[in-house]
Design a protein around this ligand. Structure first.
Ligand SMILES: *Cc1c(COP(=O)(O)O)cnc(C)c1O
Length: 293
Protein backbone atom coordinates (compact mmCIF):
# COMPACT_ATOMS: atom_id res chain seq x y z
CA UNK A 1 0.00 0.00 0.00
CA UNK A 2 1.09 3.50 -0.72
CA UNK A 3 2.38 5.46 2.30
CA UNK A 4 2.81 9.21 2.71
CA UNK A 5 5.24 10.60 5.30
CA UNK A 6 3.32 12.57 7.91
CA UNK A 7 4.04 15.84 9.72
CA UNK A 8 4.33 16.72 13.41
CA UNK A 9 2.05 19.59 14.35
CA UNK A 10 2.90 21.56 17.48
CA UNK A 11 -0.17 22.91 19.24
CA UNK A 12 0.20 26.49 20.45
CA UNK A 13 -2.23 27.25 23.23
CA UNK A 14 -2.25 29.44 26.34
CA UNK A 15 -3.31 26.45 28.46
CA UNK A 16 -0.15 24.63 27.43
CA UNK A 17 2.06 27.64 28.18
CA UNK A 18 0.49 27.97 31.59
CA UNK A 19 1.20 24.32 32.41
CA UNK A 20 4.70 24.48 30.90
CA UNK A 21 3.93 21.54 28.61
CA UNK A 22 4.59 21.05 24.89
CA UNK A 23 2.09 19.10 22.83
CA UNK A 24 3.04 17.58 19.49
CA UNK A 25 0.48 15.88 17.29
CA UNK A 26 1.75 13.18 14.93
CA UNK A 27 -0.61 13.69 11.99
CA UNK A 28 -0.77 10.03 11.00
CA UNK A 29 -4.26 10.74 9.66
CA UNK A 30 -2.43 12.04 6.59
CA UNK A 31 -0.56 8.82 5.76
CA UNK A 32 -3.05 7.64 3.12
CA UNK A 33 -6.22 9.14 1.68
CA UNK A 34 -8.40 6.16 2.71
CA UNK A 35 -6.42 3.58 4.66
CA UNK A 36 -5.50 6.22 7.19
CA UNK A 37 -3.96 6.48 10.63
CA UNK A 38 -3.45 3.35 12.67
CA UNK A 39 -5.57 1.35 10.23
CA UNK A 40 -2.78 1.58 7.66
CA UNK A 41 -0.33 0.02 10.12
CA UNK A 42 -2.80 -2.60 11.32
CA UNK A 43 -3.54 -3.69 7.76
CA UNK A 44 -0.03 -3.51 6.31
CA UNK A 45 1.15 -7.02 7.22
CA UNK A 46 -2.31 -8.56 7.05
CA UNK A 47 -2.70 -7.49 3.46
CA UNK A 48 0.74 -8.75 2.49
CA UNK A 49 0.07 -12.05 4.27
CA UNK A 50 -3.20 -12.47 2.38
CA UNK A 51 -1.38 -11.92 -0.92
CA UNK A 52 1.46 -14.26 0.05
CA UNK A 53 -0.99 -17.02 0.95
CA UNK A 54 -2.66 -16.60 -2.45
CA UNK A 55 -6.01 -15.55 -1.07
CA UNK A 56 -8.26 -13.64 -3.39
CA UNK A 57 -10.59 -12.30 -0.68
CA UNK A 58 -10.22 -10.58 2.68
CA UNK A 59 -13.20 -10.95 4.99
CA UNK A 60 -13.74 -8.89 8.10
CA UNK A 61 -16.41 -7.62 10.50
CA UNK A 62 -17.67 -4.32 11.75
CA UNK A 63 -20.48 -1.94 12.59
CA UNK A 64 -22.08 0.40 10.07
CA UNK A 65 -19.73 3.31 10.85
CA UNK A 66 -16.55 1.29 11.27
CA UNK A 67 -13.25 2.91 10.29
CA UNK A 68 -11.87 -0.60 10.04
CA UNK A 69 -14.45 -1.64 7.41
CA UNK A 70 -13.79 1.54 5.44
CA UNK A 71 -10.00 1.07 5.53
CA UNK A 72 -10.09 -2.65 4.77
CA UNK A 73 -12.25 -2.10 1.69
CA UNK A 74 -9.78 0.46 0.34
CA UNK A 75 -6.69 -1.57 1.26
CA UNK A 76 -8.00 -4.71 -0.44
CA UNK A 77 -8.82 -2.79 -3.57
CA UNK A 78 -5.39 -1.17 -3.68
CA UNK A 79 -3.60 -4.52 -3.67
CA UNK A 80 -6.06 -6.18 -6.05
CA UNK A 81 -7.94 -8.37 -3.58
CA UNK A 82 -11.67 -8.77 -3.19
CA UNK A 83 -13.22 -7.99 0.17
CA UNK A 84 -16.28 -8.98 2.14
CA UNK A 85 -17.59 -7.03 5.10
CA UNK A 86 -19.87 -8.78 7.56
CA UNK A 87 -21.86 -5.88 8.98
CA UNK A 88 -23.76 -5.89 12.25
CA UNK A 89 -27.44 -5.01 11.82
CA UNK A 90 -29.82 -4.56 8.90
CA UNK A 91 -29.11 -2.99 5.56
CA UNK A 92 -30.60 0.50 5.85
CA UNK A 93 -31.01 2.41 2.62
CA UNK A 94 -29.59 4.69 1.55
CA UNK A 95 -26.31 3.30 2.85
CA UNK A 96 -24.36 5.69 5.04
CA UNK A 97 -21.16 7.20 3.67
CA UNK A 98 -18.90 4.57 5.29
CA UNK A 99 -20.76 1.63 3.77
CA UNK A 100 -21.37 3.23 0.40
CA UNK A 101 -17.65 3.98 0.16
CA UNK A 102 -16.88 0.36 1.08
CA UNK A 103 -19.25 -0.85 -1.62
CA UNK A 104 -17.68 1.50 -4.16
CA UNK A 105 -14.32 -0.07 -3.36
CA UNK A 106 -15.87 -3.40 -4.33
CA UNK A 107 -16.54 -4.71 -0.84
CA UNK A 108 -19.40 -7.20 -0.69
CA UNK A 109 -21.55 -6.28 2.30
CA UNK A 110 -23.23 -9.07 4.21
CA UNK A 111 -25.64 -7.79 6.85
CA UNK A 112 -26.29 -10.08 9.80
CA UNK A 113 -28.57 -9.73 12.81
CA UNK A 114 -27.08 -8.60 16.09
CA UNK A 115 -27.67 -12.09 17.52
CA UNK A 116 -25.85 -13.77 14.62
CA UNK A 117 -23.07 -11.18 14.81
CA UNK A 118 -22.35 -12.14 18.40
CA UNK A 119 -21.50 -15.66 17.13
CA UNK A 120 -18.91 -14.31 14.69
CA UNK A 121 -15.88 -15.79 16.44
CA UNK A 122 -17.26 -19.34 16.60
CA UNK A 123 -15.99 -22.06 14.20
CA UNK A 124 -19.59 -22.76 13.11
CA UNK A 125 -20.01 -19.16 11.96
CA UNK A 126 -16.74 -19.29 10.03
CA UNK A 127 -17.78 -22.56 8.35
CA UNK A 128 -21.07 -20.98 7.35
CA UNK A 129 -19.25 -17.99 5.83
CA UNK A 130 -16.88 -20.29 3.94
CA UNK A 131 -19.80 -22.19 2.50
CA UNK A 132 -21.26 -18.91 1.34
CA UNK A 133 -18.16 -17.02 0.20
CA UNK A 134 -15.47 -19.65 -0.38
CA UNK A 135 -11.94 -19.39 1.00
CA UNK A 136 -10.91 -16.07 2.54
CA UNK A 137 -8.26 -14.37 4.65
CA UNK A 138 -9.96 -13.45 7.91
CA UNK A 139 -9.25 -10.27 9.86
CA UNK A 140 -11.10 -9.99 13.18
CA UNK A 141 -13.44 -7.15 14.10
CA UNK A 142 -11.43 -4.00 14.84
CA UNK A 143 -8.50 -5.50 12.95
CA UNK A 144 -6.43 -6.57 15.97
CA UNK A 145 -4.27 -9.67 15.54
CA UNK A 146 -0.54 -10.33 15.81
CA UNK A 147 0.22 -8.96 12.32
CA UNK A 148 -1.65 -5.77 13.20
CA UNK A 149 0.42 -5.43 16.37
CA UNK A 150 3.57 -5.99 14.34
CA UNK A 151 2.61 -3.09 12.08
CA UNK A 152 1.86 -0.79 15.02
CA UNK A 153 5.20 -1.69 16.62
CA UNK A 154 6.88 -0.61 13.40
CA UNK A 155 4.99 2.68 13.52
CA UNK A 156 6.29 3.31 17.07
CA UNK A 157 9.79 2.55 15.80
CA UNK A 158 9.46 5.49 13.41
CA UNK A 159 8.56 7.79 16.32
CA UNK A 160 11.70 7.06 18.32
CA UNK A 161 13.67 9.96 16.88
CA UNK A 162 11.10 12.44 18.22
CA UNK A 163 12.00 13.98 21.58
CA UNK A 164 9.05 13.34 23.92
CA UNK A 165 8.23 12.03 27.40
CA UNK A 166 4.65 10.80 27.02
CA UNK A 167 3.01 9.12 24.06
CA UNK A 168 -0.79 9.44 24.12
CA UNK A 169 -3.34 7.62 22.00
CA UNK A 170 -6.99 6.65 21.73
CA UNK A 171 -7.80 3.01 22.49
CA UNK A 172 -10.49 0.77 21.00
CA UNK A 173 -9.43 -2.88 21.00
CA UNK A 174 -5.98 -1.97 22.36
CA UNK A 175 -4.12 -3.49 19.41
CA UNK A 176 -2.40 -0.26 18.46
CA UNK A 177 -1.34 0.42 22.03
CA UNK A 178 -0.05 -3.15 22.42
CA UNK A 179 2.21 -2.67 19.38
CA UNK A 180 3.54 0.61 20.73
CA UNK A 181 4.22 -0.84 24.20
CA UNK A 182 6.07 -3.77 22.62
CA UNK A 183 8.21 -1.47 20.54
CA UNK A 184 9.16 1.00 23.29
CA UNK A 185 10.34 -1.83 25.59
CA UNK A 186 9.80 0.05 28.85
CA UNK A 187 11.14 3.40 27.65
CA UNK A 188 9.15 6.62 28.05
CA UNK A 189 5.53 6.62 29.16
CA UNK A 190 2.45 5.60 27.21
CA UNK A 191 -1.04 6.83 28.09
CA UNK A 192 -4.12 5.29 26.48
CA UNK A 193 -7.58 6.83 26.46
CA UNK A 194 -10.24 4.12 26.00
CA UNK A 195 -13.22 5.46 24.07
CA UNK A 196 -15.66 2.91 25.51
CA UNK A 197 -17.33 2.62 28.88
CA UNK A 198 -16.32 -0.03 31.42
CA UNK A 199 -12.88 -0.32 29.86
CA UNK A 200 -11.13 -1.86 32.85
CA UNK A 201 -10.91 -5.19 31.03
CA UNK A 202 -8.44 -3.49 28.67
CA UNK A 203 -5.70 -3.57 31.32
CA UNK A 204 -5.62 -7.37 31.11
CA UNK A 205 -6.40 -7.46 27.43
CA UNK A 206 -3.48 -5.19 26.48
CA UNK A 207 -1.07 -6.96 28.87
CA UNK A 208 -1.98 -10.22 27.21
CA UNK A 209 -1.63 -8.85 23.67
CA UNK A 210 1.82 -7.48 24.53
CA UNK A 211 2.97 -10.67 26.19
CA UNK A 212 1.66 -12.90 23.39
CA UNK A 213 3.35 -10.69 20.83
CA UNK A 214 6.80 -10.15 22.34
CA UNK A 215 7.01 -12.43 25.38
CA UNK A 216 7.59 -9.52 27.80
CA UNK A 217 5.57 -7.40 30.21
CA UNK A 218 6.16 -3.69 30.75
CA UNK A 219 5.00 -1.23 33.39
CA UNK A 220 5.43 2.11 31.60
CA UNK A 221 1.86 2.44 30.42
CA UNK A 222 -1.52 3.34 31.85
CA UNK A 223 -5.13 3.81 30.79
CA UNK A 224 -7.32 6.74 31.82
CA UNK A 225 -10.74 5.11 31.70
CA UNK A 226 -13.01 8.04 32.57
CA UNK A 227 -12.86 9.92 29.25
CA UNK A 228 -15.45 7.90 27.31
CA UNK A 229 -18.10 10.69 27.41
CA UNK A 230 -20.92 8.18 27.83
CA UNK A 231 -19.55 5.23 25.84
CA UNK A 232 -18.47 4.14 22.39
CA UNK A 233 -19.63 6.63 19.71
CA UNK A 234 -21.53 8.60 22.38
CA UNK A 235 -20.90 12.33 22.48
CA UNK A 236 -21.58 15.33 24.67
CA UNK A 237 -22.08 18.93 23.61
CA UNK A 238 -18.80 19.87 25.31
CA UNK A 239 -16.99 17.23 23.24
CA UNK A 240 -18.52 18.40 19.95
CA UNK A 241 -17.74 22.04 20.79
CA UNK A 242 -14.16 21.09 21.60
CA UNK A 243 -13.77 19.23 18.27
CA UNK A 244 -14.97 22.21 16.27
CA UNK A 245 -12.83 24.64 18.29
CA UNK A 246 -9.71 22.55 17.60
CA UNK A 247 -10.50 22.77 13.90
CA UNK A 248 -11.19 26.52 13.93
CA UNK A 249 -8.42 27.65 16.27
CA UNK A 250 -5.67 25.15 15.58
CA UNK A 251 -6.50 23.84 12.14
CA UNK A 252 -6.53 20.38 13.70
CA UNK A 253 -9.31 18.16 12.29
CA UNK A 254 -10.61 15.64 14.84
CA UNK A 255 -13.67 13.43 15.08
CA UNK A 256 -15.72 12.76 18.22
CA UNK A 257 -15.35 8.95 18.37
CA UNK A 258 -11.60 8.59 18.94
CA UNK A 259 -9.27 11.53 18.48
CA UNK A 260 -11.67 14.17 19.86
CA UNK A 261 -11.99 12.22 23.13
CA UNK A 262 -8.25 11.71 23.24
CA UNK A 263 -7.38 15.36 22.74
CA UNK A 264 -10.01 16.65 25.17
CA UNK A 265 -8.77 14.15 27.76
CA UNK A 266 -5.19 15.33 27.31
CA UNK A 267 -6.08 19.02 27.53
CA UNK A 268 -8.12 18.31 30.69
CA UNK A 269 -5.21 16.42 32.27
CA UNK A 270 -2.74 19.11 31.30
CA UNK A 271 -4.89 21.83 32.87
CA UNK A 272 -5.24 19.70 35.99
CA UNK A 273 -1.46 19.69 36.34
CA UNK A 274 -0.96 15.98 35.68
CA UNK A 275 2.33 16.50 33.83
CA UNK A 276 5.53 18.01 35.21
CA UNK A 277 6.56 21.35 33.73
CA UNK A 278 8.96 20.84 30.87
CA UNK A 279 7.22 17.66 29.65
CA UNK A 280 6.56 16.99 25.98
CA UNK A 281 3.49 15.00 25.00
CA UNK A 282 3.36 13.23 21.68
CA UNK A 283 -0.30 12.70 20.77
CA UNK A 284 -1.08 10.29 17.94
CA UNK A 285 -3.70 11.36 15.42
CA UNK A 286 -4.85 7.89 14.40
CA UNK A 287 -7.17 9.07 11.60
CA UNK A 288 -10.84 8.17 11.47
CA UNK A 289 -11.90 11.42 9.82
CA UNK A 290 -14.01 9.52 7.29
CA UNK A 291 -16.64 9.31 10.04
CA UNK A 292 -17.10 13.09 9.82
CA UNK A 293 -18.28 13.05 6.22
C1 LIG B 1 -9.70 1.99 15.12
C2 LIG B 1 -9.25 3.29 15.69
C3 LIG B 1 -8.61 3.38 16.94
C4 LIG B 1 -8.48 2.21 17.88
O1 LIG B 1 -7.46 1.33 17.55
P1 LIG B 1 -7.27 -0.03 18.38
O2 LIG B 1 -6.07 -0.66 17.81
O3 LIG B 1 -8.50 -0.87 18.13
O4 LIG B 1 -7.17 0.31 19.83
C5 LIG B 1 -8.12 4.62 17.34
N1 LIG B 1 -8.30 5.73 16.58
C6 LIG B 1 -8.94 5.67 15.40
C7 LIG B 1 -9.14 6.93 14.65
C8 LIG B 1 -9.43 4.46 14.92
O5 LIG B 1 -10.08 4.43 13.74
Amino acid sequence: MNYLETPLQELKDARLDKAGVRLLVKREDLNHPHVSGNKWWKLKYNVSQAVEEHHDTILTFGGAFSNHIYATAAAAKEVGLRSTGVIRGERILPLNSTLSFAEQQGMKLQFVSREAYRQKNTPAFKDELEKQFGRFYLIPEGGTNSLAIKGCAEFAEKLKEIDYNYLCLAVGTGGTMAGIISSLKGERKIIGIPVLKDANFLHNEISKLVHDFCGHSYGNWSLLTSYHYGGYAKVTKALLDFVSAMKDRHDLPLEPVYTGKLMLAMMTEIEAGSFPRGSTLLVLHTGGLQGNY
